[in-house]
Design a protein around this ligand. Structure first.
Ligand code: ADP
Length: 158
């Protein structure tokens, strides 16, 4: 059994995240979506709401498990019995931060690997922060997020 943790703030989950999750489900036996409480990032959506949206988007994917976490990522990964951490890479601009994170995480937990997947190109420019910005200004985000997320964005920015 090979298990991977895909951690993120998912504020909110986008079609880009969903694309990465679908790819991971083809490679791993268990894909654990770690929804980070991440108070330092001051998420727009509360943890429970982010978890609920992730759950709705991944409905019907038997290999996918959803778990909120408040601790150090590598402690969470060990607790879950996973062998690897998954991150998405959209562009070269993601690389520097992700490389730093992967190096630090290797230092903290040498037995855990970080694996990167790239999304289909039509998702490469989507980010949660841009989606929030567009929604806040009344723009159409239907192309970028699941209808459940679209409704949640409409409710929060009404
Ligand atoms: P974090 O706050 O940990 O960066 P995010 O929810 O913003 O959490 O992102 C989680 C992971 O998903 C990160 O590795 C990020 O690069 C990746 N990601 C975000 N948007 C996309 C996308 N459109 N396509 C592929 N990967 C993405």
């Amino acid at each position: 059994m090979v298990a991977v943790v895909y951690p993120g703030t998912f504020d909110p989950i986008t079609n880009g995240h969903a694309d990465i999750i679908a790819r991971a489900a083809r490679l791993f036996d268990r894909v654990i979506l770690g929804v980070a409480a991440n108070p330092g990032k001051q998420p727009v959506f509360g943890l429970e709401e982010r978890v609920a949206m992730v759950r709705a988007v991944t409905e019907g994917m038997p290999k996918v498990e959803i778990r909120p976490f408040h601790t150090l990522l590598m402690d969470f990964v060990r607790e879950q019995g996973a062998q690897a951490v998954l991150r998405g890479l959209r562009a070269v601009s993601d690389f520097e931060y992700e490389f730093q994170l992967a190096s630090m995480n290797r230092r903290l937990a040498p037995e855990i690997e970080t694996i990167f997947l790239t999304p289909a190109e039509q998702y490469a420019y989507i980010s949660s922060s841009l989606v929030r910005e567009i929604a806040a200004l009344g723009g159409d985000v239907s192309e970028f997020v699941h209808p459940v997320v679209q409704r949640a964005l409409r409710a929060i920015y009404r």
